[in-house]
Design a protein around this ligand. Sequence first.
Ligand code: NDP
Ligand code: BG6
Length: 510
Amino acid sequence: MTSMDSPATKEVLSRIRDSLEQEGHGASHVFVVLGASGDLAKKKIYPTLWWLFRDGLLPPQTFFIGYARSKLTVEAIKKQCIPHMKVKKGEEAKVEQFFKLNEYVAGSYDQAEDFSKLNKAIKQKGDPNRLFYLALPPSVFETVTLNLKAVCMSQKDKWTRIIVEKPFGHDLDSSNRLSAHLAALFSEEQLYRIDHYLGKEMVQNLMVLRFGNRIFSPVWNRDNVASVVISFKEPFGTQGRGGYFDQFGIIRDVMQNHLLQILTLVAMEKPPSTAAEDIRNEKVKVLRSIQPIKMDEVVLGQYVGKKDGKGEEKDGYLDDPTVPKGSVTPTFATAVLFVRNERWDGVPFILRCGKALNERKAEVRIQFSDVAGDIFPAGEVKRNELVIRVQPNEAVYMKMMTKTPGMAIECEESELDLSYGSRYKDVKLPDAYERLILDVFMGSQIHFVRSDELSEAWRIFTPLLHQVDKEKPKPIPYVYGSRGPSEADDLFAKKGFKYTGTYRWNSDKK
Ligand code: NDP
Ligand code: BG6
């Protein structure tokens, strides 16, 4: 059984289809991929559109138009995308059907007459609702949006939605400038700023875990939580994408957006409802309670090659030919933030992210305080931890103490374990982009970043980023495939995170 076959999922899918019908009022829709020749389009956007189409999740009359400067054809787009579309046996005819609904228009990003060609192609689909996905480098955001506004908006009663990909600027000023530019052209309701971490199953689960479980609310505060660690680890380096990465660094690439978004969902108060504005209001309040990060609460690292003769050799960041010589751009960062409100005052939120580390992992780890008035032998009782494993192997587990089974009266570490792999064996979790693009069709802003959230996020990081850009501190080298600089663990310990290394997960039991 796949996710699409389970009764619960069927019920949800049918509700989604109903609301798409209502939302679209039976209208046709055109989804325009701007930057259709690019990497994101090929690897994520077209495959996602295909999956939504295959699963019958798009409104009945939906057409797709690719737009970019390259002189391409739909056939060429298909060739580029097929390797990423995971087409299964028996789906070949459906794929053909999908590409029949596609069109491609070649045009520049700054000429109104080229956008007129695009508009003409859109209008040939009736008077459709319009979705524009900006899968483009930030350097052309402004001209493209100006042209969309001037030439490609629906003149009648149909809606237009603009999906914007990060980076949303590179500091507070540039982000505010971009926001002001977009706000002059489109209303906030028309803008969908994507942070794809908000489309991940376990990130979306945070709301339910927190507000659907009575047991967590009384302990979710400074009286019980010692620290919160939010981690992102990747086991590979920049892989030829170093030129792009070097302009941003890991803080701008991952920490300021993905990790900070997760933090807001962990820390926010219960919203009055699950409506998008109620949730986003609470997220903004969290951000407004965070002071800018200080340099002495940060550890920066950069990976170096692994050439110890053991196992496969790996190049360091500076060996990547696309990285400028002698670059001091960090590929690893740990930073400590404090949410200065009544609930969280004094609790460190430790954000950590890095490339070329020992494993792929994204998780939230809530470490609770020591048991008060401990009656067991000193050091035997370890702290509880609630871990929300975002990826891979989605899970929620609570590390807890239990009596060692048998005659002895001893304490040992064990876990309450909700591993999706065993509890939801046959459920295929949709990709983050599938959920988010579907949300745009449905007009749901819950999982998108509002402009004030963005501005607050940049306010927190900009002084640090400017200091790093100006002073160019040399990042601490760490070996490709390691856990990162040990100074990061020292910072964890300094902030009161206790790591004992005594816990054993018995994976054989599965
Ligand atoms: P541990 O307490 O063993 O490890 C916690 C994490 O601490 C490690 O993953 C490591 O992550 C980090 N760490 C290592 N050294 C230090 C240090 N010196 N200072 C600070 N942190 C350090 O328990 P886990 O909760 O991680 O569980 C271990 C394994 O068991 C995991 O693979 C987990 O997925 C699995 N497990 C799975 C369950 C499930 O599938 N449901 C349930 C329970 C456990 P890092 O290197 O990233 O810092
Ligand atoms: C992107 C970053 O936003 O997220 C990449 O730019 C990173 O550097 C990626 O690799 C990670 O996404 P995921 O979904 O694979 O965890």
